[in-house]
Design a protein around this ligand. Structure first.
Ligand code: IMP
Length: 445
């Protein structure tokens, strides 16, 4: 049994996604036995550098790059079998076999996870396209919203376990496509050119290829915990994109930190530590309020230096100053006790670095540190900025806080003060060794 100070741990983003969770999960994984995805789907993209290679994974938990670690895709995930198959194939080509030809099965997929079907992706694209540009969410077009909508609706849903039964699939898809055709005709002016039998055959094949990985992960995880295995939960998207507590409707369609229990199938009290990941600045992809956004040269500089282009869609990310009001809200919501601060190196070379410490909402001129998750209200909020002196030095070689220039240390200390939670990791580059574990023993798992 491996012992960590953290206990069973969940890693979540504190902002609007793309915080660098992949690197943190990868760093922590060596202290865990099982890495679990419990929310979202292929809208998430985790980039990890491992053994000198770059991996961009959307559904397979990034932790499986470590030999001996088992990856679990839990019931709360919207699973696109095509993407899982593609990722498994690519991993195998690069020497990482999670099960197909190996005696150790290192991936388990919940039979309760919901399947993203081709019509979900189409519906995602068409429903965005029919809206005026200022009303669009700017989704990743991976079919996430429509798949979760069908899950809640229940009768039009297909779960991973269903892929194993051809007759059932045929019957269900005939019904589902009949209904979808009507909806597509009515909403988008044209029906679906999909044949139920063909689609059933195709997805049954995917199910067969994945069959050895599919099962009841809920009981398996509970047993793993009872056996003393350490579990690491890997959140997709960021807290501010949470379906209930994010900037609705500019959110994704599942829960963030609060979704770990239902999404993975574990009691909430099992997860002892929530690690929040935030960059030293803020980013957002897609539409929605972003009070500290920089639409100027500084924003562009951050985008270029930080390579802020989507892993999933390659869209340029909107960039802005660190938003301490939003991050503090995310810390509170997720019960975050440790923070990993990413991309500090990206801010080098700026004369000043900003932190948004409060908002001025439209209805009052007073500064407020309340984060309104009401998108209408938040989009009219103006940021109150605190500007700190910047630093010119590149930080990629720093390995302890003492290696950082004074102004960078001051910036980190100020963030810690504003968040009221320990920053235990500071990342100064994409590689594993470009990481500072800050001081105290609690910093390390
Ligand atoms: P959806 O999840 O594809 O429906 O997209 C809804 C919103 O969440 C859009 O603004 C997306 O850009 C954003 N989003 C979803 N997943 C991620 C993520 O992993 N990183 C960043 N943004 C995301």
């Amino acid at each position: 049994m491996k012992v960590t100070r953290f206990g069973h741990t969940c890693v979540v983003g504190l902002c609007w996604g793309d915080e660098g969770k992949g690197k943190i999960v990868d760093l922590l994984t060596e202290h865990f036995d099982v890495v679990v995805r419990y929310n979202g789907g292929a809208n998430a993209g985790h980039t990890v550098r491992f053994d000198g290679q770059r991996f961009a994974l959307h559904l397979v938990p990034a932790g499986v790059l470590h030999a001996n670690v088992v990856g679990v895709i839990g019931p709360g995930v919207a699973l696109d079998p095509l993407i899982v198959l593609q990722e498994l194939g690519e991993l195998k080509q690069r020497g990482i076999d999670l099960g197909w030809d190996s005696p150790d099965k290192r991936l388990r997929i919940s039979d309760r996870a919901h399947v993203v079907m081709p019509y979900h992706k189409l519906e995602d694209q068409l429903s965005e396209a029919r809206l005026p540009p200022d009303r669009r969410i700017g989704t990743t077009a991976r079919g996430i919203g429509p798949c979760y909508a069908d899950k809640m609706h229940r009768t039009p849903a297909i779960r991973v376990g269903d892929l194993r039964h051809l007759d059932l699939l045929r019957e269900r898809l005939a019904q589902i496509l009949e209904g979808k055709n009507r909806i597509f005709h009515g909403l988008f002016g044209e029906g679906l050119s999909l044949d139920a039998d063909e689609l059933a055959g195709e997805y049954h094949q995917h199910g067969r290829r994945l069959e050895e990985f599919i099962g009841d992960t809920t009981v398996w995880l509970q047993q793993a915990a009872a056996d003393g295995k350490r579990l690491l939960f890997e959140g997709a998207h960021g807290t501010l994109l949470d379906i209930d507590h994010g900037t609705f409707p500019y959110v994704s369609s599942s829960s963030s930190a609060l979704g770990v229990a239902p999404g993975a199938g574990v009691p909430a009290r099992l997860v002892r530590t929530f690690v929040g990941v935030a960059k030293a600045y803020a980013t957002r992809v897609g539409e929605g309020p972003f009070p500290s956004e920089l639409k100027d040269d500084i924003g562009q500089r951050i985008r270029d230096r930080g390579n802020e282009y989507g892993t999933t869609t390659r869209r340029p990310r909107r960039c802005g100053w660190f938003d301490a009001v939003a991050a503090r809200y995310a810390v509170m919501l997720g019960g975050i006790s440790k923070v990993a601060l990413m991309h500090l190196d990206t801010l080098s070379g700026l004369a000043e670095v900003g932190i948004c410490t409060a908002y001025r909402y439209a209805h009052t001129d007073a500064a407020s540190n309340h984060f309104s998750a009401d998108a209408y209200e938040l989009s009219r909020a103006r940021p109150v900025l605190e500007m700190l002196p910047g630093w010119t030095e590149e930080l990629g070689e720093a390995r302890c806080l003492g290696d950082l220039p004074w102004n960078a240390r001051r910036f980190v200390a100020r963030l810690e003060e504003l968040l009221r939670v320990r920053i235990v990791i500071v990342s100064v580059g994409p590689d594993r060794d470009q990481t500072i574990f800050c001081g105290t023993p609690e910093a390390k798992p």
